[in-house]
Ligand binder design. Structure first.
Ligand code: BMX
Ligand code: ZN
Length: 712
């Protein structure tokens, strides 16, 4: 049990045989052959001999007819399916075979060029110890060739097919053509007298031995081998990796070939092949092994780690399983690979050239494998939510990433007609999707934040105060879902604000808190024990509609004296006009707004200060009730009124602390949200992340460039 040994006098000391695929149209040049014949130092000077044996393979004639047969490997690509020669529809004929002989032996042909290359190299590195071996490919006699031509004048035109004859006659014709080619080879070889070359033998290009109803290569080869040997030549074969070929290898020298090199095929196929098995089979069958360098012929080895690892394994396994120094090896290297490695700008590729050289010389040392590639390369696209915020004043759209960063932002005035709002929502969603597409984000959900009582299950606004006329029974989700497959969630703006605080904001690590959104109205959301309070119908946390004055004016919700009538943006203006005009000119202003009241207070207007004190107090009264009920550890205030300043908020905080039950109030934190104008967008986005993409881990970027400005 041993490999086909290297350095056998019988095979003229063949050690490593390189396969040189050529082209009848562009013959090999000395410039190209020198990379294989000699090792070149980094300056391009030959410093040692390289391959000792050369196998020339020309697949096609100048006119494009085929000398070689492909193998159909079946769908398994592991030789387990049917495999058979894929006979060419354009088979070569005798004229083409003469052309092939000419490409070997003619002026400027492969042999002359190689001989001269060796000659020239000898002047700098001395003559090689043995003549360089050459092996020439026999063209395959395709069974599609019905009119090969006559071998001699007057002899019959050969037919390789079974048309009009039986299979023995077809095989006999094919054999005759091969014998003729071998004889021509020997004749021409003798004529040329190459100084540095030894014609070791001929090569059977088909990678298995096949027999069927119309082809019998077994009989052909058994006869052909005798003939090849009678001319003093060896018959070579390089079968592909398949159990059927393993079986043939067991007795290849008795019947078919003198030298065989098993292909591991480890570089080409991801599964089923190992160099360990291939080398064990080769060893058991007295065969050599084929080295295989390239997967795609024109791509560098290190282009992927996997290919690099596999290539390295051929080299390392040469030491592990002994074939580097014990076995004759054939080297498949694609077309021009060594030249490309040598000249490659990447030093990693250049190193392969030296590795192969050392391998051929038997001096290669095991090298580390590059790090293994990940088993599955998964490059997640960053996810984003498309957020729609429907406020009384503005309709906003934002594209928000998982850290709460607003990537894209659009604001328009809130239309007053229900249909126009819905059309705008659809248009903004489309814009958001387009943004995601162009920026590479994965749009994972659409969140809509709106005032009003929202049927969370259905995505429908059931009822609302005076956001817009008719803002009831509006199924926003359905409207959006007609235009996209991305999931949609719709929730009350107060609830959304609480979710935003929980996943992006101040309440990230707080389980019990109340989020209060102070805008045109007053909304809120409440977390109890880490869960957003939704109640029976998701109509919870309508903080603005808690009455703080039994005899107060009627609210649009139907109640009287709701805190929103005093302490919200609209409430401040309303109350200023109702109660405060006699004291100042404030209430008379047409353009009166919460912002104007706040500014007046800041500039010391006592009426404005008084109004804000009283408003803050009213809100405090309402919120103290909530604090008593829910025992939150934090209140977070957001919305356009969050910038109103001390007169409002000092009164608010004081009232909450005074009126809430003491131990509860003592542990309560009152905080302002980090979000201003963007609170609604972040709320809608947070709701999408929380409800449509659970499990998202979110880290907030505190330096986010979200816009900060106070208005509704
Ligand atoms: C109103 C009510 C709440 C809402 C709050 C804040 C409607 C349309 N709105 O009290 O649902 O949470 O206003 O809304 O019924 P904003 O638009 O003033 O921020
Ligand atoms: Zn109300």
């Amino acid at each position: 049990m041993s490999y086909l040994k290297q350095d056998q006098p019988e095979f003229n000391y063949l050690r490593h045989l390189v396969l040189l695929y050529g082209d009848a149209v562009k013959p090999w040049t000395k410039e190209q052959l020198k990379y294989y014949a000699a090792h070149l130092d980094p300056d391009g000077h030959a410093d040692d001999w390289f391959y000792d044996s050369f196998l020339f393979i020309n697949p096609k004639s100048k006119s494009g007819t085929d000398y070689v047969a492909d193998v159909n490997l079946g769908k398994s690509m592991a030789g387990e399916g049917d495999f058979f020669p894929v006979c060419s529809p354009t088979p070569s004929d005798k004229i083409d075979w003469e052309e092939l002989l000419e490409s070997y032996f003619g002026e400027g042909g492969s042999l002359q060029t190689l001989d001269e290359t060796i000659e020239e190299l000898s002047t700098s590195i001395g003559s090689p110890q043995h003549r360089r071996n050459v092996v020439l490919t026999l063209p395959y006699p395709h069974i599609t060739q019905e009119s090969f031509g006559a071998l001699e004048a007057g002899s019959p035109n050969l037919n390789f097919s079974i048309k009009g004859q039986n299979i023995s006659q077809a095989t006999d014709s094919r054999l005759k053509s091969e014998v003729w080619f071998v004889e021509q080879t020997v004749r021409r070889w003798k004529e040329e007298r190459y100084k540095n070359l030894n014609l070791l033998g001929v090569y059977w290009i088909f990678e298995t031995v096949y027999r069927s109803w119309d082809v019998d290569d077994h009989v052909l080869l058994k006869e052909l081998k005798k003939h090849v040997n009678s001319k003093g030549l060896k018959f070579l074969w390089i079968p592909f990796y398949a159990t059927y070929n393993f079986h043939l290898l067991e007795s290849y020298q008795d019947y078919y070939f003198d030298m065989a090199f098993l292909q591991p095929n480890f570089l080409f196929y991801k599964e089923g092949k190992t160099i360990e098995v291939a080398s064990a089979v080769a060893k058991r069958c007295n065969a050599g092994l084929e080295m295989e360098y390239y997967m795609e012929l024109d791509e560098p080895i290190a282009i992927t780690n996997e290919r690099h690892i596999r290539f390295r394994e051929y080299l390392n396994a040469g030491l592990k399983y002994g074939y580097m120094n014990e076995s004759a090896c054939a080297h498949f290297q694609g077309v021009g690979s060594l030249e490309r490695m040598y000249s490659h700008a990447d030093p990693v590729e250049r190193e392969f050239y030296d590795d192969i050289y050392h391998f051929v010389k038997g001096t290669y040392q095991i090298k580390a494998y590059p790090p293994p590639p990940p088993r599955c390369i998964f490059v997640p696209r960053n996810r984003a939510a498309i957020a729609i915020d429907l406020g009384r004043t503005n309709l906003r759209m934002g594209v928000v990433d998982e850290s709460g960063k607003i990537l894209h932002w659009k604001q328009e005035e809130m239309p007053s007609d229900k249909q126009v709002i819905l059309d705008s929502v659809v248009a903004r969603v489309a814009e958001g999707l387009k943004f995601c597409e162009s920026s590479g984000y994965l749009p994972a959900g659409i969140g809509v934040s709106t005032g009003g009582r929202v049927n969370f299950e259905k995505g429908e606004v059931v009822d609302s105060t005076s956001l817009i006329p008719g803002w009831q029974n509006v199924n926003i989700r359905k409207v959006i879902e007609r235009t996209t497959d991305i999931p949609v969630v719709v929730d009350n703006d107060g609830n959304c604000s609480a979710v935003a605080e929980k996943i992006f904001g101040k309440a990230k690590s707080v389980d019990n808190f109340i989020s209060i959104i102070l805008g045109t109205g007053i909304g809120g959301g409440i977390y109890v024990d880490g869960t957003l309070l939704r109640g029976q119908n998701n109509f919870t946390s309508e903080i603005g509609h808690v009455s703080v004055d039994a005899d107060g004016p009627k609210c649009s919700c139907g109640n009287r004296g709701c805190v929103e009538l005093y302490a919200s943006g609209s409430g401040l203006v309303r109350w200023a006009r109702e109660k405060f005009p006699p004291l100042s000119g404030l209430g008379a202003r047409d353009d009166l707004s919460a912002k104007a009241i706040g500014e007046a207070a800041l500039s010391g207007d006592p009426v404005a200060v008084d109004l804000l004190n009283k408003a803050g107090e009213k809100l405090g009264i309402a919120v103290a009730g909530f604090v008593n009920i829910f025992n939150p550890s934090m209140i977070v205030i957001s919305g356009s009124l969050a910038g109103l300043g001390a007169p409002y908020f000092e009164a608010f905080k004081r009232t909450v602390r005074q009126r809430a039950i003491k131990p509860t109030a003592d542990t309560l934190l009152i905080e302002f949200s980090d979000f201003n104008k963007e609170a609604g967008i972040l709320g809608a986005a947070a709701s999408a992340f929380e409800n449509l993409m659970p499990g998202t881990t979110v880290t907030i970027d505190v330096n986010q460039q979200n816009q900060a400005e106070t208005d509704d």
